[in-house]
Ligand binder design. Structure first.
Ligand SMILES: Nc1nc2c(ncn2[C@@H]2O[C@H](COP(=O)(O)OP(=O)(O)O)[C@@H](O)[C@H]2O)c(=O)[nH]1
Ligand SMILES: [Mg+2]
Length: 205
């Protein structure tokens, strides 16, 4: 739908958004392509390629339209990348609908977060810091372990245990290459979208 660098380029309030958060090169764009089964997002073997917020409007039964948001990655070799990510993320996540005081204007944008982690690198400080950052702001991310095809059967069981220990929640293993876990992830996303729309009062009679 659009690419942008600032808050003004983000989608209009009111429509649920599912955003991809993760280090550069972890497979966020490949995940989006795998989910919508169409090469809409540019993938790259060179880390740090997505410097923009890319927004995709998804229309699929049984949900109403929602947005998939490909956020720039963090933890890329450049030192400023972390600060850049935080500046952008602060603007982006401030748009979410969350419990507020009655005197505040309520902006109805439910935001769900997919935190993408590389199966081969459990426990990277940048990932743990990002999970803390999100939880501090009341975002409970769905943890998605990417590139699971890169691990052997033995390695994967160990890695998934480790991720679950580190993040204190179940994780979902996926591969954009083999398609493993993608249906399951899609189902969880759709049911999140349905639940956000069901819990809100209808905007029109
Ligand atoms: N083997 C494997 N490679 C993947 C997978 N997902 C992404 N990649 C590769 O990893 C690189 C980075 O992917 P990309 O989606 O651009 O990462 P992003 O920076 O997080 O958006 C590309 O070369 C992809 O082809 C996966 O599930 N399995
Ligand atoms: Mg990308």
């Amino acid at each position: 739908m659009r690419s942008g660098t600032g808050a003004g380029d983000l989608p209009d309030a009111g429509v649920p958004e599912l955003s991809m958060v993760g280090r550069s090169n972890v497979g966020k764009s490949a995940l989006i392509n795998g989910l919508v089964k169409h090469p809409v997002a540019r993938t790259s073997a060179t880390p740090g390629k997505t410097r923009l917020v890319n927004v995709y409007r998804v229309v699929t039964p049984p949900t109403g339209p929602f947005y998939l948001v490909d956020l720039p990655g963090y933890g890329y070799a450049r030192k400023e990348a972390r600060a850049e990510f935080e500046t952008m993320a602060r603007l982006y996540f401030a748009r979410a609908a969350r419990p507020r005081t009655t005197s505040e204007v309520i902006r109805e944008t439910p935001i769900g977060v997919l935190l993408a982690l590389d199966a081969r690198h459990p426990g990277m400080e940048a990932d743990l810091a990002t999970a803390r950052w999100l939880r501090d702001r009341q975002f409970e991310p769905l943890v998605v372990v990417t590139k699971i095809d890169k691990l052997s059967r033995n390695e994967r069981a160990k890695a998934l245990d480790r991720f679950e220990q580190l993040f204190g929640q179940p994780v979902l293993a996926v591969s954009a290459v083999t398609g493993e876990g993608m249906e399951d992830l899609w189902r969880q996303m759709v049911s999140w979208v349905v639940s956000t729309t069901a819990s809100r009062p209808p905007s029109r009679p």
